[in-house]
Ligand binder design. Structure first.
Ligand code: BG6
Length: 295
């Protein structure tokens, strides 16, 4: 098990004998840009991703804070945390061994971000004190991300949060998300009450632009290969209310400067998202987790 750091403060966690590794930038957000299991890349990163921090990285696992999309008072969609440059702090890295060897050992990296944040760090100042602590745990076939928000101030703190993983797939039209049947969702592409619907089929497949917020989805959904009917990835969330599924498809892809038009074939986002704001009491804290498992 090991952790190494590059010159530009990206951390690589690895379990070499299992071909497991992940890479996390601490210069641009606390952004995971790669996760490999058995030397196989699980995460999509656009060939046109901007890695300067001027705009968020297209791909990987962006962290949305203090809100998901436009669901909150902050003017920037998905908040500021995902592309803050040089603001995330290294806390610690260590191996978490298991004495009896019955369970999986893992490699751990902890990064933190502290507010309030002022210009020029953020375009619109964020005057609220907070500490957002991210813990990344790499196991042989899993990765667990844990976000903890502490509110050190005497005022309540309201915020949203989302993990926005881009999963790499061979062909987006040949995968399906299982676990959402019967779950209510808001179709973000249809305004008003007509956008409210219930997932009908067992599998959510991608054959057009998909942008849906599933409310009250089960804690675990899986991504399945339609050709083999085998599930190859599980997405679990804890203490996070919603699940968003997104693929930009043809037209939206063309409008994204940091995305190759054909790349929508190669990705699907399944995002554990706390859309309604958490109300965190003075001195209180909140924690929300995402666990990804290669099946
Ligand atoms: C998803 C949203 O979470 O993120 C979509 O549901 C949005 O509406 C997508 O288009 C990408 O957002 P951005 O800000 O990274 O382009």
């Amino acid at each position: 098990l090991c952790v190494s750091r590059t010159d530009n403060n990206a951390y690589t966690l690895s379990i070499p004998d299992r071909g497991a590794s992940c890479q996390i930038s601490s210069t641009i957000g606390a952004h995971l840009t790669s996760w490999k299991v058995n030397d196989h890349e699980m995460i999509f990163l656009s060939e046109r991703a901007d890695l300067t921090g001027r705009i968020p990285i297209r791909g990987g696992i962006p962290l949305c804070f203090p809100q998901f999309s436009k669901f909150g008072p902050y003017p920037q969609s998905h908040g500021f945390a995902r592309n803050l440059t040089g603001a995330w702090r290294f806390e610690r890295a260590y191996n978490e061994g298991v004495p009896q060897g019955f369970n999986d050992p893992c490699v751990v990296l902890v990064l933190s971000l502290t507010g309030p944040l002022d210009t020029p760090r953020v375009s619109t100042p964020y005057p609220h004190p907070f500490v957002l602590t991210m813990t990344f745990r790499l196991y042989a076939t899993r990765i667990a991300l844990s976000a903890r928000v502490d509110n050190p101030s005497p005022e309540p703190l309201a915020f949203g949060f989302a993990y926005h993983p881009y999963f790499r797939v061979e062909e987006a039209t040949q995968v399906g998300v299982r676990g959402l049947q019967g779950v209510r969702y808001k179709d973000q592409l249809v305004a008003g009450p007509e956008g409210e619907a219930t997932q009908a089929g067992e599998l959510l497949t991608v054959d057009r632009e998909v942008d849906r917020i599933y409310r009250g989805a089960p804690e675990r959904v899986v991504l399945e290969d339609l050709r083999t009917h085998a599930a190859f990835l599980a997405v679990e969330r804890r203490n996070i209310s919603d699940l968003v599924v997104w693929n930009p498809w043809v037209e939206k892809s063309k409008t994204m400067k940091d995305f190759q038009p054909e790349e929508y074939h190669k990705m699907i986002c399944i995002e554990p998202a706390q859309v309604d704001l958490v109300q965190c009491a003075p001195g209180g804290s909140w924690e929300g987790q995402m666990v990804l498992s290669r099946l």
